[in-house]
Ligand binder design. Structure first.
Ligand SMILES: *Cc1c(COP(=O)(O)O)cnc(C)c1O
Length: 398
């Protein structure tokens, strides 16, 4: 059996182990300690966001972020439909209801037109839309200028799901700095990992202090155990933060490695019928995962057939996220848009994208895929035409 090639596996830099050993020597093996503080400082420094609180997961960060924005039972939260379920689950933890919005074809992220249509319709139906959650899918920044303009016009706060996009930018501004609050994740498959963890970021010190308070059981600052509010146990372990400190030292290198994977794939898979997420002008993606769209009419093969062929060679690839509005869990939720997210899901495939992939590994993947594609004119009518189709919104009536 050939050696396994993973979709996205942890990639340590070297200092992580040393920071962990130092913490052991000083017995800082707790959900508090000096490494958490240093890790939070490095996150704020790197992203340019004022304040950061390190938490047990990206999901817990979204939960706290929505609570800080005042999301309550009976409210609605507008979410990008094409995402991992962790974006939407916390909406329900709070007793609120997600409303899903389609993607646009370039970035694969929240379509501003569908967003505005959703807001108008929800307001017309007398609903309280308390927050908007755009996602920077696979590291590609969403169209934040347009999204923020709409959000401001309707006075709805934005929580940015930057779980996959640490290090991505629009112009000089890092993802995570656009929303009132933003979330990053350090799960094992993300661009850097703490083995599991997340963080909430904001320019508001008040928000971050409140999040830290809620994440430590909402314990009042007195000697005895005094509680006025319901809290959670959501703090990151100091040992995880040691790993995170080491990973921050190699983040830029990891981004370069992932971008090189993308460069490899886009060069090798230069066939019409294969297209990629589009990095528009001024945008810089960390290219966390390289995902392709496979148009079987042009390639002669489906994304799933490619996935199975890779699997037979011990190579892991995955479908693009199945949109939330197609999930049984969310079958009663409203959805605004047309078929873009469905299409991206139907034709999408995420390719091995780890920063630790060798040239040999990439070549194995490339060779298998190329061998399956019909050899016709390379490139590129498909993407450009598809991308430029203006979206015709079809509204779900709810
Ligand atoms: C990973 C991820 C999360 C959640 O992060 P966890 O740390 O796994 O809880 C949230 N949103 C998106 C889009 C993600 O990919």
């Amino acid at each position: 059996m050939k050696s396994e090639i993973w979709l996205s596996s942890p990639h340590m830099g070297g200092m992580e182990k040393r920071f962990v050993e130092e913490a052991f020597l000083q017995n800082w093996i707790a959900p508090m300690g000096p490494d958490i503080i240093k890790f939070e400082e490095s996150l704020a420094d790197y992203t340019g966001v004022g304040y950061a609180v390190a938490l047990s997961s990206g999901t817990s960060a979204i939960h706290l972020g929505l609570q800080l924005l005042g999301v309550m039972k009976g409210d609605e939260v507008i979410c990008q439909s094409l995402t991992f379920v962790a974006t939407a689950n916390p909406v329900m933890y709070l007793g609120a209801t997600p409303v899903f919005v389609d993607s646009e074809k370039g970035s694969w992220n929240m379509d501003p037109e569908a967003l505005e249509a959703a807001i108008k319709d929800r307001l017309a139906k007398g609903k309280k839309v308390k927050a908007i959650i755009p996602v920077h899918l696979y590291g590609m920044p969403a169209k934040m200028d347009a999204i923020l303009e709409i959000a401001e016009r309707y006075e709805i706060p934005v929580l940015e799901d930057a779980a996959e996009s640490l290090g991505s930018r629009i112009g000089a501004k890092q993802t995570g700095k656009f929303g009132h609050l933003a979330v990053v994740s350090f799960n094992g498959n993300k661009i850097i990992t703490t083995s599991g963890g997340g963080a909430l970021l904001s320019d508001s010190e008040e928000y971050i202090n409140k999040a830290r308070f809620l994440a430590t059981q909402a314990k009042e600052e007195v000697v005895h155990y005094e509680h006025k509010e319901m809290g959670y146990n959501y703090r990151m372990s100091n040992i995880s933060a040691c790993i995170g400190r080491g990973q921050m030292l190699v983040l830029d290198e990891r981004i370069q490695q992932r971008r090189k994977n993308f460069d490899f794939y886009i060069e090798q898979l230069d066939f019409s019928g294969i297209s990629f997420q589009h990095e528009s002008e001024k945008v810089f993606s960390n290219r966390w995962l390289t995902a392709i769209q496979v148009n079987p009419e042009l390639t002669g093969v489906s994304g799933d057939e490619i996935r199975l062929a890779l699997l037979a060679d011990n190579i892991e690839s995955r479908p693009v996220w199945k949109p939330m509005h197609m999930q049984p869990l969310f079958q009663d939720c409203a959805y605004y848009g047309n078929q873009v997210a469905e299409e991206l899901y139907t034709y999408g495939l995420c390719l091995p994208s780890g920063s630790n992939l060798t040239t040999g590994a990439l070549n194995r993947v490339g060779t298998i895929i190329k061998g399956m594609l019909k050899h016709q004119n390379p490139r590129k009518q498909f993407d450009e035409d598809e991308r430029n189709l203006s979206s015709q919104l079809v509204f779900a009536s709810q």
